[in-house]
Design a protein around this ligand. Structure first.
Ligand SMILES: *Cc1c(COP(=O)(O)O)cnc(C)c1O
Length: 391
């Protein structure tokens, strides 16, 4: 197809809030009860159904959800949590927030997720938890993950922020396992604008999470109040919950549309010779049994073969795509090379796969309102751009 600059700008993500959702929000605002209340409880019940009946509590955002998960698991000063450097920085920041130490291990370049061999090698007597991230919605090998956790008696705090409706051997992520944390931030597959939820193991854990999300307050009788352990202000409002309740019934359709667009990406990538240009595509189908929800479609650019080299090739490509009306994103630069994390001793060269992929990874447009022609245009433009910028 021919590529012209006259087409409307295609962002890499665009949330969809339909008129019924907007009407639901209006009803909550007019109801006289606008913060956490009946809508939040209804949303939690609906989410519990999604996750096989396990207890679910909601929070103001995904980061708060993970911080509460760490507190529920009693992780704190002196503890180590093994995680991946290729994630949103919140993953490591929340470990620091509870006083523990994030220990980064390298990624598997095929899945771009935590390398489970490296996880096992990084376990020390101080290790208390593994925090896997399902990048772009692709689960790790869950059998292996829980076998390692079981063998070493570690908690698993799943950063499943991107993984709602992703599956392992047909079972939804969150419907089994230890603590699983999801985000409903505006870019995620299901949104509450900002928000998150935690899937827990027992009513006792759920009660503790409930208290921690509202200052640790325990209410009894008409007027009794006590605090046994201080919490924060992390509750989800009914306004946000109403958005989530309206989105949840569309989950299956959203996942199916994303999968169809991903399939179109693979076809167009082949048609436009992306692999021949050295561009690495995501895993189409994990033979082990991981089904992604296609939260993102990410490619890795061959930065050493493009003008600008490893330091600048990606920004050149992103700029050229933007000039042709295509938005892209970077998810993510490796956390261990941020200034603060370097101050903790992390250095370039320690996690080579993460560093290479962190330099070259680009998120291409993918959201349910896109058409196959949009995907064709992205692949054609990316192919032409990389040919033009090839060394
Ligand atoms: C979105 C996201 C978070 C944090 O969620 P917020 O709702 O933005 O706080 C954490 N980890 C990953 C991998 C995410 O994608």
């Amino acid at each position: 197809m021919t590529v012209t600059a006259a087409q409307p700008f295609l962002p890499f993500v665009r949330p969809e809030i339909d008129p019924e959702t907007i009407a639901e929000v209006g009803k909550v605002l007019a109801s006289g009860w606008i913060t956490s209340g009946p809508k939040m409880q209804a949303f939690e019940a609906a989410l519990s159904d999604v996750f096989g009946g396990r207890p679910v509590r909601t929070f103001a955002n995904g980061s708060a959800t993970m911080e509460i998960a760490l507190r529920v698991a009693n992780i704190g000063p002196g503890d180590e949590v093994i995680t991946t450097p290729i994630s949103w920085v919140a993953t490591a920041n929340v470990v620091l927030a509870v006083g523990a130490r994030p220990v980064f291990v390298d990624i598997d370049p095929r899945t771009r997720n935590l390398d489970l061999d490296a996880v096992e090698a990084a376990i020390t007597p101080r290790t208390r938890a593994i925090m896997p991230v399902y990048l772009s919605g692709l689960p790790v090998d869950m059998d292996r993950l829980y076998a390692i956790a079981g063998k070493h008696q570690l908690r698993v705090i799943e950063d499943a922020a991107q993984a709602i409706d992703s599956r392992w051997r047909g079972q939804r992520i969150g419907a089994f396992g230890d603590l699983a944390s999801f985000s409903f931030q505006a870019n995620k597959n299901i949104t509450t604008v900002e928000g998150g939820c935690l899937v827990l193991n027992s009513p006792e854990e759920a009660l503790r999470a409930e208290r921690l999300r509202l200052q640790g307050v325990i209410r009894t009788g008409m007027d009794g109040m006590d605090v046994e352990e201080p919490g924060g202000k992390f509750n989800l409002t009914d306004v946000n919950a109403a958005i989530g309740l309206a989105q949840l019934p569309k989950l299956a359709a959203i996942t199916a549309k994303r999968a169809a667009l991903a399939e179109t990406y693979f076809r167009c990538a082949a048609d436009t010779g992306l692999a021949e240009l050295g561009i690495e595509l995501p895993l189409p189908l994990d033979p082990v049994g991981a089904t992604t929800n296609w939260h993102m479609f990410q490619v890795v650019l061959p930065t050493d073969r493009l003008r600008g080299g490893p330091a600048q090739a990606r920004s050149h490509v992103m700029e050229a795509l933007r000039e042709q009306g295509i938005g892209t994103g970077v998810h993510y630069p490796p956390i261990h090379l941020f200034t603060y994390y370097r101050s903790l001793g992390w250095r370039e060269g320690m996690l080579p796969h993460a560093e290479r992929i962190g330099r070259g990874i680009v998120t291409l447009p993918l959201f349910p309102a896109m058409h196959a022609t949009d995907v064709e245009r992205v692949c054609a433009t990316l192919s032409e751009t990389c040919k033009r910028l090839s060394l």
